[in-house]
Design a protein around this ligand. Structure first.
Ligand SMILES: C[S@@+](CC[C@H](N)C(=O)[O-])C[C@H]1O[C@@H](n2cnc3c(N)ncnc32)[C@H](O)[C@@H]1O
Length: 248
């Protein structure tokens, strides 16, 4: 089930203020500009593709997201294709030179079966030579330890805080995000569960889908993955295409 924070139009309207453009977005923007046809899976409010178009990207830009609230924000821009839905069942037609999942969208795939089916769909959507780029938080970085109510922030008159309700059990973390708006009758609470995978577990799923990691970093500065790096950032290609290129 998709989080209330993303499906609800009022809460989704706060997303860009809560998650301003950052180093991760710069990283993906470079990849988008180097690719002709791009699919953003879990595109949210569409900030990445909107920025690419604004900066002159002339190719196909397509965003896919199952949350109506997020897509309502994205659809303010009409020069990008927006599709409501999620892999593997909903997929835009055609093939893509680049598929991206940014903003830790990869972590919303919680179950093994969902990861397998979605990665198989990504692989089928890649054009020859295409790349799949995504990041997931390194479980060793224990990001959830900072998801505490005392770190609440205020945007557009709404106080937004996190609280972990089920800590890391080796697979997932479940937490609540509470939105308290000035003048709102009641607070809104959105529950989320995110999957945390080690690099080794990730590579197992990628290999099953016929994908191989071409580059991997532990942070946006392209430093290596270490025990304490915050991210596991992967750029992948279709495995058989990599081995063919190496053989020729
Ligand atoms: C943290 S937001 C990231 C949004 C955007 N990529 C960004 O960087 O700002 C996660 C997004 O994943 C979407 N999502 C939820 N379930 C999904 C699924 N099964 N497949 C793809 N996206 C999903 C949510 O609706 C939400 O927009």
């Amino acid at each position: 089930m998709v989080d209330h924070a993303f499906t609800d139009t009022r809460l989704a309207g706060l997303y860009d203020a809560l998650n301003p453009w950052g180093r991760g977005d710069d990283f993906y923007l470079g990849l988008v500009h180097d690719a002709g046809a791009v699919l953003d899976v879990g595109c949210g409010t569409g900030a990445l593709l909107a920025r690419a178009r604004e900066e002159g990207h002339t190719g196909r830009l397509c965003g896919l997201d199952p949350a109506p609230g997020m897509l309502a924000v994205a659809r303010r821009r009409q020069d990008v294709e927006w599709t409501l839905g999620a892999l593997p069942h909903v997929r835009p037609g055609g093939a893509f030179d680049l598929v991206v999942m940014n903003g830790h969208a990869f972590q919303v795939w919680v179950d093994d079966a969902e990861i397998r089916a979605s990665l198989a769909a990504v692989r089928e959507l890649l054009a020859p030579g295409g790349r799949f780029a995504f990041e997931t938080r390194n479980p060793a970085g224990r990001a959830w330890e900072s998801w505490t109510p005392d770190r609440a922030v205020e945007v557009d008159g709404v106080r937004v805080g996190h609280e972990v309700v089920a800590g890391f059990d080796g697979r997932t973390v479940t937490f609540d995000t509470t939105f308290r708006g000035a003048g709102w009758r009641t607070a809104e609470v959105s529950r989320s569960t995110l999957r945390f995978l080690t690099a080794g577990e990730l590579d197992g799923f990628l290999a099953e889908a016929g994908l191989v990691v071409e580059s991997r970093w532990g942070d946006w500065d392209r430093s290596p993955v270490t025990a304490s790096s915050p991210e596991i950032l992967s750029v992948c290609r279709v495995a058989e295409q990599v081995s063919k290129a190496a053989a020729s």
